[in-house]
Write a protein that binds this ligand. Structure first.
Ligand code: GCW
Length: 677
C-alpha cells in the first residue's frame, strides 16, 4: 500500500542532510516506541539506502547531533527534557515533530503518539519534503477505529479483499503475521483500534478458546499501538450463558456481562471496548424486553468502566418490515425516533455510532439528523471503506469527497455553526469522547482491500479521523505519491481520475438523491432499480408512471425533513431551496420537474447523467494506459483490467437505469439515445 519506502528519484534526493543514527527511547520489543525505531530504520534504508544503527538510550554527556530521537515525553523528561510548552500542548496520542537539518526530535504524549510522529516524519521524507519543521499534532478525536465484519469461520460479511486474516474454522488462526502487518498499516495513518468480528455477532466469540485467541491477536496488534475490541451478541447470556433471559435489567444478565468483561480483560488487558448492534435486522436487543436502547448500551458500558473500556452502540436501528402503501412510513425517520428521549441517558463511556446518512451507505445521502439530537451523548460517525453499494472495489470510487460532504455539513443546531466533524470530535457539545468508525473488511488479498486503488479510501479514512478538516484532494495527492511515486504526469492523471470517480459513479448509478439504485435484496451490486420498491426494507423510490422520489416534507410527507434543526429543515422542505443533488431524497415530483441549477427535467437529467458517467468511465483505461512504464507492470496490469471492466459495467448501468425509467415514465430522451443505441 502506501508504506513502500521506495527509493526517491535522484533529482529529488540530492542536497539535504539526514540523521546518521536512530535513538528509540524504549527497548521493549512490544512497545510502539521500539516499533518506531524499527520503522525509521526501514524507512531510511528504503528511501535513501542508509542503514542506520538503532540504539535505545541517549549518549551520556553531550546531547546527540545528527540523530533522529523518538520517545515519550516521560522518556525524554528523564534525560534531555522536553520544553514545557511542548509537553503541555500534547494530548493523548499526539506528538511533537521537529526537524532541524540532520537533527530530528519526535516526542509522543504516549508511546503510540511517538510512533505516529515517526510515521509522519517518514511520510514527509517519502514525499521528498525536507523542510525544517517544528509542530505539535494532536488527533481530533480519541475514537479512530476500524470495524471488520469478520465471521469466525473466516468469511467476511461484504468480503471484497479475500477471506479474513485472523479467524478460521471458529477460532483465531495460529499465524498472526499478517494481522501484525495490518496493525502497522493502520497505525501509519493514526488508527488506534480494531473491532475484529462482525457486528452481526456470533456469541461464540466469548468461548475460553476464543478469549485466548483474542489475547494473541491483541499481542500482534500491540507493538503498533492498535487496541483490539469485539462486537457482542446481545442474547449471549441466553445462547451461551445458560440463562433463561437476556433482559438488560436482570441481575443474572448483569452478572454475566460483568464476569465476561473481567475475564476478557485478563486475556486482553488493554481491550478497547465493545461494539453492539441491537434490535436491528433481526439482531436481539433490549426492546425485546421493553427496555430502552440506553438500558441496552449501559448494560455493557458499566462493567467496561472498571477497565477503561468504551462501548460503541450503533444507531442503525430500524424496522425492516415497513409497509410502502403508507405514505408516511419512512425508514429514514428511524434513528431519531428510536433515540428520542435518550440523550443524556447513556453512561459517559458510551459512544453512539451513527452511519453518515439516515439509510445505509448510499452514493448520496443527507447527513444523519441524529447528530443534531445528541448534545449530551458522545457520538461517532460510521463510514464504510469497503465499497458495499459503491462498486465493491471493482469500480474506482474515491470516497473522501463523499465523506467530506457529511463531515463539513453544518447542522445549525440552536442556530449556531455545528459542523458534523465538530460534533463527532466532541468539540461542538464539549463531549469527552467521540470519533470515527470505518468499516474496512481487510482480507488476505495482497492489496488488503481487493484493489490497489481502493487503499486510497483506507488512507483517507485514517487521516480524516486524525484531522477531518483536511481536504480530499490533499490526502489523495499524499496517497498517490506514497503509493505510486512522484512523476508529475502520474500524479495529476491519477488524482484527477480519483476525484472524478465519485461524481461519475453517482452519474451512472442513482441521481438526485434517489439512492444507488443497485440491487438491495441480495448483492448490493449492479443495477436493479426495481428492487428498490415493494419491499419491507424501506429504501424506496416510489417511482411510478407519473413521478419519482420520497416525499419527506413535513407539510405533505413523512416528516423526515423536520428532524433537522429549523434552518436546515426549511432548506430541505421547500422545492425552491432543496439542493438538486437531494431533490428526490426529499420530494416526490413529476419526471418533468425542472432542476434549479440546470433547468433540465428530472428524467432528462437521468438520461444525460448516465451518458456522462459512462463516457467518463470510458476515458479511464486510456488515461491509466498513459502511465505505462511509470508504474510497475503488476500493478499497472491489475488496475488496467479493473478500469476496463468498470468502463463496460458503466454502460450496463447506463442502459439498465435509462431503459427502466423510460419504461416507467414513457418519456423519450430528447437526444434520442435511450432505447436506440
Ligand atoms: O446494509 C447492511 C449490510 C449488512 C450490514 C448492515 C449493518 C453487518 O448489508 O451486511 O450488516 O448494513 O451495517 O449492520
Amino acid at each position: 500500500a502506501w508504506l513502500r519506502y521506495a527509493p526517491l528519484p535522484c533529482s529529488l534526493s540530492r542536497h539535504h542532510s539526514l540523521p546518521e543514527s536512530i535513538i528509540a527511547l524504549n527497548s521493549t520489543t512490544t512497545s510502539p516506541v521500539y516499533s518506531a525505531g524499527q520503522e525509521l530504520h526501514k524507512g531510511l534504508l528504503g528511501i535513501f539506502g542508509k542503514n542506520l544503527t538503532v540504539s535505545t538510550s541517549l549518549p551520556s554527556g553531550k546531547p546527540p547531533s545528527k540523530a533522529v530521537v523518538v520517545g515519550t515525553v516521560a522518556a525524554f523528561g528523564k534525560s534531555s527534557g522536553v520544553g514545557h510548552d511542548v509537553a503541555s500542548a500534547l494530548e493523548p496520542d499526539g506528538f511533537w515533530l521537529e526537524v532541524k537539518g540532520s537533527m530530528v526530535t519526535i516526542v509522543g504524549q504516549n508511546e503510540r503518539g511517538a510512533l505516529y510522529g515517526a510515521f509522519q516524519y517518514l511520510s514527509l521524507l517519502a514525499r521528498a519534503d525536507f523542510s525544517d519543521v517544528a509542530f505539535v499534532s494532536n488527533p481530533a478525536a480519541p475514537v479512530r477505529w476500524t470495524n471488520e465484519w469478520d465471521n469466525l469461520d473466516g468469511s467476511i460479511e461484504h468480503q471484497y479483499g479475500g477471506p479474513g486474516i485472523w479467524f478460521q474454522g471458529g477460532h483465531v488462526v495460529d499465524d498472526l503475521t499478517r494481522a501484525g502487518q495490518y496493525a502497522r498499516l493502520l497505525s501509519s495513518v493514526g488508527i488506534n483500534a480494531v473491532i475484529v468480528n462482525n457486528v452481526n455477532a456470533d456469541a461464540n466469540i466469548l468461548t475460553d478458546a476464543n478469549m485466548q485467541g483474542l489475547g494473541r491477536l491483541a499481542d500482534a496488534f500491540r507493538p503498533y499501538g492498535v487496541q483490539l475490541g469485539i462486537a457482542l451478541n446481545f442474547a449471549s447470556p441466553q445462547s451461551i450463558g445458560g440463562l433463561s433471559t437476556f433482559d438488560p435489567l436482570d441481575p443474572g444478565v448483569i452478572q454475566f456481562w460483568t464476569d465476561i468483561t473481567d475475564k476478557l480483560y485478563q486475556h486482553v488487558p488493554d481491550l478497547a471496548g465493545y461494539l453492539v448492534k441491537a434490535n436491528s435486522e433481526g439482531q436481539p436487543g433490549p426492546l425485546t424486553y421493553n427496555r430502552t436502547l440506553a438500558d441496552g448500551a449501559n448494560l455493557f458500558a458499566r462493567p467496561l468502566q472498571a477497565h477503561g473500556g468504551v462501548l460503541m452502540f450503533r444507531a442503525f436501528v430500524y424496522n425492516n418490515n415497513l409497509n410502502e402503501s403508507d405514505w408516511k412510513a419512512d425508514r429514514a425517520n428511524a434513528a431519531v425516533q428510536f433515540f428520542d428521549g435518550l440523550d443524556g441517558k447513556f453512561e459517559e463511556n458510551v459512544v453512539v455510532q451513527v452511519k453518515y446518512g439516515p439509510i445505509d451507505f448510499q452514493v448520496r445521502e443527507p447527513t444523519s439528523p441524529l447528530f443534531a439530537h445528541l448534545s449530551r451523548t458522545n457520538a461517532a460517525i460510521e463510514l464504510e471503506v469497503a465499497q458495499e453499494y459503491l462498486g465493491q472495489q471493482c469500480h474506482l470510487v474515491y470516497l473522501a469527497p463523499l465523506w467530506k460532504t457529511v463531515l463539513d455539513f453544518d447542522l445549525r443546531v440552536d442556530g449556531r455553526p455545528s459542523l458534523v466533524r465538530d460534533i463527532v470530535t466532541g468539540r461542538r457539545f464539549k463531549r469527552p469522547l467521540g470519533g470515527f468508525a470505518g468499516v474496512a473488511n481487510v482480507g488476505t488479498h495482497p492489496t488488503w482491500l481487493g484493489s490497489h486503488l481502493a487503499t486510497a479510501n483506507l488512507y483517507a479514512f485514517g487521516r480524516l479521523a486524525w484531522d477531518p478538516s483536511q481536504t480530499a484532494e490533499g490526502l489523495l495527492d499524499e496517497w498517490v505519491v506514497l503509493t505510486f511515486g512522484h512523476d508529475r504526469h502520474l500524479r495529476s492523471t491519477l488524482s484527477q481520475m480519483a476525484l472524478e470517480s465519485w461524481p461519475m459513479y453517482e452519474n451512472y448509478t442513482g441521481n438526485l438523491g434517489i439512492q444507488t439504485l443497485t440491487d438491495i435484496l441480495y448483492t448490493h451490486y449492479g443495477p436493479n432499480p426495481a428492487s428498490m420498491d415493494n419491499n419491507g426494507w424501506g429504501q424506496w423510490t416510489r417511482a411510478d408512471a407519473h413521478g419519482i422520489g420520497m416525499d419527506r416534507t413535513v407539510s405533505n410527507g413523512t416528516g423526515f425533513a423536520g428532524q433537522y434543526p429549523p434552518e436546515v429543515a426549511a432548506m430541505y422542505e421547500s422545492l425552491h431551496t432543496v439542493p438538486d443533488e437531494l431533490l428526490l431524497w426529499f420530494h416526490h415530483v413529476p419526471y418533468t420537474q425542472r432542476l434549479r441549477t440546470t433547468g433540465e427535467t428530472v428524467i432528462q437529467h437521468f438520461y444525460n447523467a448516465h451518458y456522462a458517467g459512462a463516457e467518463t468511465a470510458a476515458t479511464f483505461p486510456a488515461r491509466w494506459a498513459s502511465l505505462r512504464g511509470k508504474v510497475d507492470s503488476d500493478r499497472y496490469d491489475a488496475v488496467l483490467r479493473r478500469l476496463i471492466y468498470q468502463a463496460g459495467h458503466a454502460i450496463v448501468w447506463r442502459d439498465a437505469i435509462n431503459e427502466f425509467y423510460r419504461n416507467k415514465s414513457s418519456i423519450e430522451d430528447e437526444r434520442g439515445r435511450v432505447g436506440h443505441h
